[in-house]
Design a protein around this ligand. Structure first.
Ligand code: NAD
Length: 432
């Protein structure tokens, strides 16, 4: 394996979406509101507050210089009542155990909202992947994987890419796991390259899911899909694919942005042209066929749909009042703070919460796991139509709960999720 620094790990943005004193408690605050609506038994409440397993492993890595560095890795399985743990691995200097716990719980709810048979887990290693060579990253990935290997596996816990990890890293995880088990086990991770058991449609799955739930939300509030005016913040995997697929549905993309700012055309951007520009590795700001706009201005544009698909905490108590969208589709994880939630609700904005809106990614990860286990691979059309069915059904279930309990879509999504997890716990009984 090459020890050069080419083929960089892809995502530079630091994701500190729960950059609070105790992110796990922040997460649980929303959980508690939903649990109250469900009259959740005290015992189950306590069970779901405690992650099942928390691992901390030391990962010694031989640096290219010949020195040994020791990195700290975490893996948390929050809940496995509905199936194996499912959750990404992130490489970042900001990784903490509390953040990993919060993200693991979040995965439990996300998998339950779309009713895929997984529990929730997450992992991370405290490191700066941009200061490491490919060889160092490979050795770190393999040592971390072997550190937690007893608790990994298709029936135990199935990692995926997350911040600063990608399909290259997943290939190393799969290889390490397979070497220890003396045979190839493709289903032990998802988000792998298609050549070695990855799924067609996985790369587009999150944006495609955003498109499906946005279409549903427009129908629900009685606005036409064709001609709906859409504004997208973030033009990476989720943002650019959401924009592309929404444009194909006949929606008008008024504005898109990346971290350096955005492009705006009140009559609608020529999206294929913008995508072709970006495909040539050109920054958005070098595109000349549109007006320039800042990210703050973009959030306040008059539109039907706003898709925050960049990073966390962008809609806050400070700017929520200026938002003029009828619908917010949360492509990113945690783009809206709890304080902003209330303001958006008062303004009557229809929010499709992250654990529903961006669950297309984990849904196709589930398809990948199913295909690996069956050894039979689906064509892209099958993947996409099955994704559509799950996203549409999940959206409708959450919307119905929102009406029945007279709560926001966010709390309704938590209600659907907790209800599903709680039901399985009751059926299985408590081994206490
Ligand atoms: P990405 O790295 O491909 O793209 C991120 C985009 O956001 C880039 O265009 C970047 O320039 C832009 N950006 C960064 N900082 C910004 C800022 N301050 N203002 C405006 N734009 C900014 O990442 P991605 O995979 O598209 O993920 C985006 C979000 O979606 C993250 O919150 C991620 O956790 C979430 N998410 C991703 C997936 C997936 O399958 N990729 C699944 C679920 C959730």
């Amino acid at each position: 394996m090459s020890h050069t620094t080419s083929h960089r790990i892809i995502r530079r943005e630091k994701d500190t979406f729960l950059g609070t004193e105790n992110p796990f408690e922040e997460m649980m605050a929303r959980f508690e509101v939903a649990a109250e609506h469900l009259n959740l038994e005290t015992g189950l409440f306590k069970v779901l507050r405690h992650p099942e397993k928390q691992m901390i492993v030391a990962c010694p890595v031989l640096r290219d210089s010949g020195d040994v560095e020791v990195f700290t890795g975490y893996r948390v399985i929050h809940n496995s009542s509905r199936g194996p743990g499912k959750g990404g691995i992130r490489f970042d200097l900001n990784v903490t155990l509390d953040e990993v716990k919060a993200l693991a719980a979040w995965m439990t709810w996300k998998c339950a909202v779309v009713n895929v048979p997984f529990g929730g887990s997450k992992g991370g290693v405290v490191c700066d992947p941009f200061a490491m060579s490919n060889g160092e990253l490979e050795r770190l990935t393999r040592r971390y994987t072997s550190g937690i290997i007893e608790y990994l596996g298709p029936d135990k816990d199935v990692p995926a890419p997350d911040v600063n990890t990608n399909e290259r890293v997943m290939a190393w995880v799969m290889d390490t796991y397979s070497m220890h088990h003396r045979h190839t086990v493709t289903a032990c991770v998802t988000g792998k390259p298609v050549e070695m058991g990855g799924s067609l449609g996985r790369r587009e799955a999150t944006g495609r899911g955003c498109m499906f739930v946005t279409r549903e939300a427009l129908l629900r509030i009685g606005r036409p899909v064709s001609g709906a005016r859409v504004v997208v913040q973030g033009f990476g995997n989720v943002g650019s694919i959401s924009a592309e697929l929404m444009a194909r549905e006949g929606m008008t993309i008024l504005a898109v942005s990346d971290k350096e700012g955005g492009l705006f055309n009140p009559k609608g951007l020529d999206l294929p042209d913008v995508l072709a520009h970006v495909a040539k590795k050109q920054p958005l700001k070098a595109y000349t066929n549109a007006e320039r706009i800042t990210n703050d201005e973009l959030l306040a544009l008059e539109c039907d749909v706003l898709v925050p698909a960049a990073l966390e905490n962008v809609i806050t108590e400070d700017n929520a009042d200026q938002i003029k969208a009828a619908i917010i589709c949360e492509g990113a994880n945690g783009p809206t703070t709890a304080g902003a939630d209330e303001i958006l609700q008062q303004k009557g904005i229809f929010v499709i919460p992250d654990i529903l809106a961006n669950a297309g990614g984990v849904t196709v990860s589930y398809f990948e796991w199913v295909q690996d286990r069956g050894g039979y691979f689906w064509d892209e059309e099958t993947v996409n139509s099955r994704l559509e069915k799950i996203m549409v059904t999940s959206f409708r279930e959450v919307a119905e709960r929102s009406e029945a309990h007279k709560v926001s879509m966010r709390i309704a999504a938590y209600i659907v999720a907790i209800d599903r997890v709680a039901k399985v716990h009751r059926l299985r009984g408590m081994y206490a």
